[in-house]
Design a protein around this ligand. Structure first.
Ligand SMILES: Nc1ncnc2c1ncn2[C@@H]1O[C@H](COP(=O)(O)OP(=O)(O)OP(=O)(O)O)[C@@H](O)[C@H]1O
Ligand code: SF4
Ligand SMILES: [Mg+2]
Length: 340
């Protein structure tokens, strides 16, 4: 299917802001986050620790906890079956969001042990997702679960149904978590650093598996990672997040070849050309540290670390966003940079 207007993005996030409410004030943790992902497309969300990647991912599923909440913006999901809803409007509980979570949207993350209950079998926990979301019996749910375990490469999938999470290795648990996230055929998969805890060989296998399943199922993937090697391997497009804002988006090629935001350039310093990034690299530490999001800098949040800041403008005004479609830069130099 083409990506024309007849087939809109699977997910369209616009101006999403998440805030932390205390007794008498509210602090914007993320502000005006916008991105979209089409069918069969992988968007990598990249940024330093604490930049707001996980809270953004959680907001997409209405899973923000504690005092965090969506303060503005839209999260329009248009599922492969044609169902469409603005998740930002749904609230944390209720029939509609519960029907979406785990079915039209799936999520996998770093630590599969905490996502499975230790006291129930793997099979029961995957089958439960099916019976909650679909009108099928126990036997059919079990058959589907075994089918998914086979798809993710678990040997003896029928036998594996009756085993407990602690009987699986880390890599196997990760595969089982993927099976559970995919058993209802989601339109969007959110993967929050899903391979960070795994050794390199297993990591490679899981990434290959995700690519294969994505092509097979045509789903969109939001892939959160620190690892630029993984970005180059997995992603079609990249969104760079800094201190709660997406400062640049572009195709993998554009981001690696012509990074236009000073922060993106700092991140990529060790990776000068796309051809050189076949080896695994972590984000280079850059001078200074990420601001505390509870007391963010004024103006451009990157200004205290920016080598090309224009004073006093950058510390006073929030920079405009330049570009269009999938290529955006939030920086006062953005227009000139994009024209280079
Ligand atoms: N439940 C919460 N209550 C209050 N603040 C939170 C909560 N969860 C996250 N935060 C804050 O929100 C900000 C963004 O956190 P987030 O976990 O999204 O970062 P991240 O980009 O995923 O980092 P990492 O790469 O380390 O996973 C941080 O300042 C964090 O302290
Ligand atoms: S707006 Fe100013 S401080 Fe922010 S990245 Fe651009 S030049 Fe640097
Ligand atoms: Mg995180």
């Amino acid at each position: 299917m083409s990506m024309s207007t007849d087939h809109p993005h699977v997910i369209d996030v616009s101006n999403l802001s998440i805030s932390l409410k205390n007794d008498n004030n509210s602090i914007a943790i993320t502000r005006d986050v916008s991105f979209s992902i089409g069918r069969g497309e992988v968007l990598a969300l990249v940024g330093e620790s604490g930049s707001g990647k996980s809270v953004t991912a959680l907001a997409l599923m209405q899973l923000l906890g504690g005092n965090l909440s969506i303060s503005s913006g839209q999260i329009v999901l248009t599922a492969i079956d044609g169902y469409s809803a603005d998740i930002a409007k749904l609230g944390r509980n209720g029939r509609q969001i519960e029907a979406i979570r785990g079915a039209r949207m799936g999520m996998i993350f770093q630590e599969p042990m905490s996502s499975f209950s230790p006291v129930h079998t793997i099979g029961a926990q995957i089958a439960e997702v099916v019976t909650v979301h679909e009108d099928v019996g126990r036997k059919e749910a079990r058959r589907r679960s075994a089918e998914l375990l086979a798809k993710v490469g678990i040997p003896d999938p029928v036998g594996a149904l009756d085993r407990y999470p602690y009987e699986f290795s880390g890599g196997m648990r990760q595969r089982a978590m993927i099976a559970r996230a995919l058993v209802c055929g989601p339109s969007l998969l959110i993967a929050d650093e899903p391979t960070t805890a795994l050794d390199v060989t297993i990591q490679g296998q899981i990434l290959d598996l995700l690519s294969k399943l994505k092509d097979e199922l045509g789903m969109a993937i939001l892939f959160i990672t620190h690892d630029l090697g993984i970005v180059a391997q997995m992603a079609d497009r990249v969104a760079i997040m800094y201190a709660g804002s997406i400062v640049e988006t572009g195709s993998v090629r554009e981001i690696f070849r012509r990074p236009s935001h000073p922060y993106t350039r700092a991140l990529l310093e060790a990776v000068p050309r796309l051809g050189d990034i076949d080896e695994r690299r972590r984000i280079n530490p850059i001078a200074g540290s990420m601001p505390n999001l509870f007391e963010p800098p004024s103006g451009c949040r990157f200004h205290p670390r920016c080598p090309v800041a224009v004073h006093p403008r950058c510390s006073l005004e929030r920079p405009p966003t330049f570009g269009s479609g999938g290529r955006l830069v939030e920086c006062i130099h953005g227009e000139a940079e994009l024209a280079r």
